[in-house]
Write a protein of this length. Structure first.
Length: 221
């Protein structure tokens, strides 16, 4: 697949967090398939509400720009070694073909069920982590219309708003641990986030291993 495509990529960042901004810009350095725009985060006493306000502002910007697909990116996103431009773009085409609301570059856990597809993306029921989300136009207005309270979190909202959601496998995105978080106090504990991510990956690997083993045996029969 010839890569002559650029995807609008909105990075949400609080200006005072220069360490995060430096990190996230380095992630996209040299990756011309991403049309990067840094968006100043909305600040709220409740970090989760501030993030949702930021997401809604980005979606409104995408609507005004008449975009078909965008990437919502938090400043703690980090590419894994599995990122490959052609595979990523193919995954977007496949998710769109399936009528997906969004495609996750990666998660940090939170799922109960998943269904691997032969095309390389995986259906998922619930998840934690909105650090890298490919959002399709069909879902824009749904996001803007969704009520959000101080008890809500963004990934919980995304999970419950649609059943048509997918994650890439192997994951191309994880969250970088900075030692502080506005959303979950547990992520302020050194090493906790990394442990959660590693546990999610191990379980995901096992599910895919079993799935592909069963698929192979079925073909042989």
């Amino acid at each position: 697949m010839e890569n002559n495509i650029t995807i609008p990529t909105y990075i949400i960042n609080i200006p005072k967090r220069k360490d995060r901004l430096e990190h996230i810009l380095a992630q996209f350095d040299g990756k011309n398939e991403f049309d990067v725009q840094v968006v100043e985060a909305s600040v709220h006493t409740n970090g989760a509400v501030g993030l949702w306000m930021s997401i809604c502002r980005v979606i409104q910007m995408a609507i005004e720009s008449d975009e078909d697909v965008i990437i919502l990116c938090e400043d703690d996103h980090q590419f894994t070694p599995y990122y490959d431009t052609e595979k990523f773009l193919s995954a977007i085409y496949e998710a769109h073909r399936l009528g997906a609301s969004f495609l996750l570059g990666g998660i940090i856990g939170g799922y109960s069920n998943m269904l691997p597809l032969q095309s390389g993306i995986t259906w998922i029921d619930t998840f934690w982590g909105t650090q890298f989300v490919v959002v399709f136009r069909s879902f824009f207005e749904t996001i803007l219309a969704e009520p959000f309270s101080e008890e809500d979190v963004a990934d919980g909202k995304f999970s419950e708003m649609t059943s048509n959601k997918f994650v890439m496998y192997p994951m191309i995105s994880i969250q970088k641990e900075f030692g502080y978080s506005d959303i979950t106090a547990l992520y302020n504990v050194d090493g906790h986030l990394q442990h959660v991510i590693e546990s999610a990956i191990i379980r995901m690997d096992k599910i895919h291993e079993v799935y592909h083993s069963l698929s192979f045996n079925s073909v042989k029969q």
